[in-house]
Ligand binder design. Structure first.
Ligand SMILES: Cc1ncc(COP(=O)(O)O)c(C=O)c1O
Length: 409
């Protein structure tokens, strides 16, 4: 990345901020992959557009604009429309976790939640305890603060949350079918995380976009629910922040998410949002409210789960046939991804991406899910976007690319 640019008149433009030097070139390469004809993209975390309920959403949208022209077309409250905040508070209130609308901030996507939390909590160089490999978007959101990272091994045999969270500004976890590994955090580890935030006072971010993409068995309780059981106050006031989004439940184009946290934290995040986008679009808030109230999300979920479960099974069967000489993986119980680790740690998956692109298949190499970009012996494969035939073709192409890389040595 060039640090200084010449303007046409020969004057040198102001240099970019330092953090811009740390962006990942590989990310840009695979994000541009959709423009290449005949390429099969199993790199991204994209839903199948056939699940978007376009008819229902356009009907709701037209009805909402007619009925609520000011709310849909005007500026709204920074925190979000009261009716939507209230609906989300009620939806998540369960057992000891009791919420009011003051515990909810509506955000312009889950990504904005991550960005605002970074703005509110991070000073330059602060330490984050992360579950690595981790979500690339979170690394991107926090990069301007140039944080340091420490691995928090929630799946490890000796996981001790108090030790691992101590001294960090916050800890970050995706307990349900994490991106990129698709792994589920066990109940005992969720309890440990709740205990860690309670004992250390370190903020804990529970990022949960994939909870509706659950293919095999019921989900364990969320960390925020477990934490709430240990708190004396009637209304939630704990140090766990929970992030939700409609991106994987309804449509990512709505760019609609929410943060659930203590009232004080919601007030701080609101201040940060004021300097970010002032408010989330009214039309997408009302579409989401209507989709939640009318049960549209629940109606859609079984079809999506069936479709994606079949695709997961086809992808894994095809991997078994073509890739098992070089990779090991576990079939994920939910989410959108299979995480495959190279048996030979010398197999460089950044290089594999180059070969794969020549064979017209795009994959995500592990380096992009690592804060230092050093982990280079695994790949993330998406099974939700493409139909079954394409998934099989993609794996055949990837096998050809892997063989070429291995043969070349
Ligand atoms: C772990 C995780 N968190 C947050 C998000 C953000 O989703 P969105 O910004 O579309 O709401 C994603 C999207 O892929 C994700 O994988």
């Amino acid at each position: 990345m060039p640090q200084q640019k010449k303007k046409p008149n020969g004057v040198t433009a102001a240099p970019l901020a330092n953090w811009m030097l740390e962006t990942n070139e590989v990310t840009r390469l695979f994000l541009a992959a959709n423009q290449i004809p005949d390429l099969i993209n199993i790199a991204g975390g994209l839903p199948d557009p056939s699940t978007f309920l376009d008819k229902e959403i356009s009907e709701i949208s037209a009805r909402m604009i007619r009925k609520h022209p000011k709310q849909t077309m005007g500026y709204g409250p920074i925190e979000g429309l009261p009716a939507l905040r209230d609906c989300i508070a009620k939806r998540y209130s369960k057992g000891s976790l009791q919420l009011t609308s003051e515990n909810v901030l509506i955000t312009t996507s889950g990504m904005q939640g991550l960005d605002l939390i970074g703005k509110v909590l991070l000073d330059p160089g602060d330490l984050i305890a992360g579950q690595f490999p981790t979500y690339l978007g979170a690394l991107d959101a926090w990069r301007p603060r140039q944080p340091r990272y420490r691995n928090m091994d929630v799946h490890g045999a000796d996981f001790d949350a108090v030790t691992e969270m101590q001294g960090a500004k916050f800890a970050y976890t995706v307990p349900n079918f994490s991106n990129p590994t698709g792994q589920l955090v066990k109940v005992s580890r969720r309890k440990e995380l709740a205990n860690g935030t309670l004992k250390t006072g370190t903020w804990l971010l529970e990022d949960d976009p994939y909870n509706t993409l659950n293919y095999d068995s019921p989900l364990p309780p969320s960390v925020i629910e477990i934490l709430a059981e240990k708190l004396p106050e009637e209304t939630y006031s704990g140090t766990c922040l929970y992030l939700g989004t409609v991106s994987k439940q309804l449509a990512p184009g709505l760019r609609l998410g929410w943060v659930i946290a203590s009232k004080e934290m919601i007030r701080s995040l609101t201040l940060a949002k004021q300097g970010s986008d002032m408010c989330t679009s009214g039309i997408t808030q009302l579409i989401t409210l209507e989709a939640l109230k009318s049960g549209l999300i629940e109606k859609l979920q079984p079809q999506v789960v069936d479709l994606y479960r079949r695709r997961r099974d086809v992808l894994c069967a095809s991997m078994k046939e073509y890739l098992s000489d070089w990779f090991d993986w576990k079939t994920p119980e939910g989410g959108m991804f299979v995480w495959a680790k190279a048996r030979d740690k010398r197999l460089d998956t950044d290089r594999l991406l180059m070969f794969a692109m020549e064979e017209k298949v795009c994959i995500s190499p592990s380096s992009v899910f690592d804060a230092q970009g050093e982990h280079r012996s695994a790949i993330r494969l998406n099974f939700t976007l493409n139909c079954e035939d394409k998934l099989i073709q993609a794996i055949r192409r990837l096998a050809r690319a892997t063989k070429r890389l291995v043969d070349e040595g």
